[in-house]
Write a protein that binds this ligand. Sequence first.
Ligand SMILES: NCc1[nH]cc(CCC(=O)O)c1CC(=O)O
Length: 308
Amino acid sequence: MKIKIGTRGSKLALWQAYFVQDQLAKEGVESEIITIETTGDKRLDVTISKIGSKGVFTEEIEEQLKSGAIDIAVHSAKDMPSTLPEGFELIAFSEREQAHDVLISHKTIDFNQPDLVLGTSSTRRIAFLNKHFPHVNTVAVRGNLQTRIKKMKSGVCDALWLAYAGAHRMGFDDMMVHHFDENEFVPAVGQGSVTIEVYRGISDEKKALIRKATNHPETEQCLLAERSYLQIMNGGCSIPVYGRARLENGQLTLTGGIISLDGREQVSQTYTSSPNEGPETGKKLAQYVLDHGGKEILAEIRKQQAED
Ligand SMILES: NCc1[nH]cc(CCC(=O)O)c1CC(=O)O
C-alpha cells in the first residue's frame, strides 16, 4: 500500500507532510507527497479575513481528496474550519507542539517603545494586543515565513507575531525575542498540532493504519474539545475566538473565550471534564461564552467586518 499525501507547497506545509511521511514509514507504510497550490497561497495581497476565512487553504486540496488524486491531506489543525464540507473528516491529530505565540525579530523588542509595530493579521492577536499593549501598532504581513522575515528586515515591522510551533519547525528559534504567556494570550484552537483529512470512501484498513501511525490520542481528545467549542462559536480564523484544552491528572481542562477587537470586552471560562467528554465540554463552554456577552461581541465584530 502506498499512501498519496497532499499538501500545500510552503516550507512549513512540506515540513508537516514529511513529518507525517516519517510517521507512516515507522509503521512500514510507503507514501508519496503531492503539492497543491491553494487560494490562500496565491492571494498574498489581502488579509485572510478579507478573502473569507472558510477554507482558503483547504478547498483545492479537498478537490484532490474527492477525486482520489490523493488519499490524505496534511494540514495545520489550526487552519481547519470547525465544520468541514460534507464527506470530509479529520482522522488524526499529531502530538501538539508548544501552543503559545512568539515574536521573532532580528533585534530586541521593547513593548514600551512608542512606535513599535508588530506584523500580524490575526484578529485574535490584534485584540489581545489592544487589551495588553494598546499603544502598539500592527501591520498585516502575509506570505510564507521566509517572505515575511524579508519584509520585516526591510522595515515593514519590528517583529513578527507567530505561533511558536511554525517558527520552531522552520528553525527560527534563534530569532525568538519574546514568548507570550499562553494564559493571557490564549492560542487559537488547534494551534501546534498537525491533522490528517480524508474523504469518505477511504478503506477502514487504511484509516486504521494511518491513525495508528499518526494519531496522538491525548492531543485528539484536547482538539475535539477545542473544535467543538469553535464550531458552536462559528468562528474561523478571522474571529478572535480562542481555546486551549489540556489533559492533567486524568482530567480534561478546556479554557476558551472571545475578545472584542478593541480588547475592551472579553468573556472567558474554564471547564473540567473526563477526557472523552471533550465535545460536550466544548459545547457547554460555547453556550456559557455566548450567554455571558459573547453573542454581543460576535455581533459587533461581524458588523465591523462587514463595513471594512
Ligand atoms: N495563521 C496561519 C498559521 N496556521 C498554522 C500556523 C503554524 C502554527 C500551527 O501549525 O499551529 C500558522 C502560522 C502562525 O500562526 O504563526
